[in-house]
Design a protein around this ligand. Sequence first.
Ligand code: NDP
Ligand code: 2IT
Length: 450
Amino acid sequence: MWLIFGVKCMSDKVLKGILEKNAGEPEFHQAVTEVYHSLKPVFEAHPEFVESKMFERIAEPERQIMFRVPWVDDNGVVQVNRGFRFEFNSALGPYKGGLRFHPSVYQGILKFLGFEQIFKNSLTGLMMGGGKGGADFDPKGKSDNEVMRFCQSFMSELYRHVGPDTDVPAGDIGVGGREIGYMFGQYKKLTNSFVRVLTGKGLDWGGSLVRTEATGYGLLYFVEEMLKTKNESMKGKVAVSSGSGNVSIYASQKVEQLGGKVVAVSDSGGYVYDEKGIDVKVVKQIKEVERGRISEYAKRVKGAEYHEKGNIWEVECDVALPNATQNELDEKSALKLVKNGCLAVGEGANMPCTPEAVKVFHKNDVLFGPGKAANAGGVAVSGLEMAQNSQFQSWTFEETDKKLQGIMANIHKASWDASKEYSKEGNLVDGANIAGFLKVARAMQAQGIV
Ligand code: NDP
Ligand code: 2IT
């Protein structure tokens, strides 16, 4: 801590200390570094947060759990995966955040996601803390029975640590309705209770309408708010949406409903280009029903092209929607998008743009919606699912969708206002970090050093 003009400020030693303490976790470093830089003006205005070591406390998970997940595959061979849950922050409510099943999962990825989730959940205005978990399990190519046995084994340990007022997990990459169902069944069996412990549940047994669509729809509601600031809208716009999972599918559907068209979607194998506009029904059939590869799309739809291992960001578009995974859009791709006249970028995925790419967008006046604001619709409707469960109610699709639209507009406004007060007006990276942080920090300050 040092003094400028009589004000106590944070020295970069704080950041350095956090990075050193979490060595070998580059994704966590990236997320923490971005938030830290956004918050500098806040620490100047609020020395009490510096004194109470607010940033150091927020960057340290309240609890982390790592466990063995043994299971037997269809050939009778024993497999062992590693499971995790990072319970990051409970200042605003029970820990809340998804579970990711992907071979790349290790603590650095889940810690970046859990850290981001604190601010994202705060921005929704709902009472949810931040958490994240998952396993280095690859659901690709596994039978339904193998996925079920894995989920049961995973929950056989996780059930001790979660609960409706403690920690409420949900889906993320590799975890959708099927996996939530298997985990819920195992939780219920082990605890002998039907409680509100997971979100993203099936509609017949406690799920909320709009949860499946929420992240993609919410992303487009946020992008519309950004476009409004330039008197623009999605109508007539050409978009590119990477990935072809939950977020990308429902983002594409909403683009179409708003009068635009998505011309390219992808998976880790490559991307498909369809000049007429991607047919979402075909993508849903390939991905949600058959669990196949996106290359299939070009075999089924006349005129569509498949680009194996191609870079989807080379496709010309007005609006870019990175909806697959972290660091999928780098500086070179950002420069290409700018050259092609891209107006707006909305992060449906968590941290899909590298810091260098974000700089390119800011420098070139491209509207940029950071993930923790733009993709908050998913967790927001998870919060609405918890609210409905606790009241033994189910709201209609229209009612829930309206609430989601309201939440996304509020997040845009709160982020914009915070950027105006503390940073450059319209810098939604700083704005979202600051608006998300302030609510958590005030709660932590009120709750004492615990
Ligand atoms: P899904 O598992 O449904 O889909 C993920 C998609 O991204 C797939 O097409 C997948 O391709 C692709 N992908 C995943 N990892 C990689 C990789 N390493 N390289 C290239 N492509 C990859 O996940 P979601 O759609 O739910 O999640 C997508 C992103 O959105 C994630 O960043 C997630 O954290 C974020 N998010 C999700 C929310 C939700 O409610 N589901 C809420 C907020 C954010 P392939 O099948 O070939 O691996
Ligand atoms: O990254 C995210 O916000 C999610 N994967 C959704 C979390 C949730 O609890 O619905």
